[in-house]
Design a protein around this ligand. Sequence first.
Ligand SMILES: [Zn+2]
Length: 170
Amino acid sequence: MASGLHHDRGTALLALPAALLVWPWLGWTGVAAAALGFLVGGLWLSPDLDTHSRPTARWGPLAGLWWPYRRLLRHRSLLSHCPVLGTAGRLAYLSFALLGLAALLHPLGGPEPTLLWSQALRIWQRHQPLLVAAVAGVEASGWLHLIQDGDPMPRLPRLLRRRRRQRRSR
Ligand SMILES: [Zn+2]
């Protein structure tokens, strides 16, 4: 398994080369969006948010948002260290956590969560190609993370592992 520093270096080195893949379709703005997504994915939305890690610490005062995520998932579980599923899960989790935070802050004068949600949807509709490039960047950084961990396939849930062992011993 790679160290946090190793993951950070890989993220910084490969953000631009990976982002260049979208250049034929989206030009330099797309490359910037994908590179930014790659950096954010590797440094802030890493699969290692399922444990105490450098990405967790980077959230600073908001690190508590990831406490339930860490409590719910084992380190390197299928839901955090799996291609596509890991990124989708973290983005969905973050959306709900931010909406929950907005709901808590609303009585203190914060914006209404439904208003935030509808604004997010409007931004998504208006800038869809660039946001897709950014999400692809986040996902690509997740793949880099899994490859650096040296075992691209995450651990199966305990129940499935037991079944597989039973099948093998037959
Ligand atoms: Zn990891």
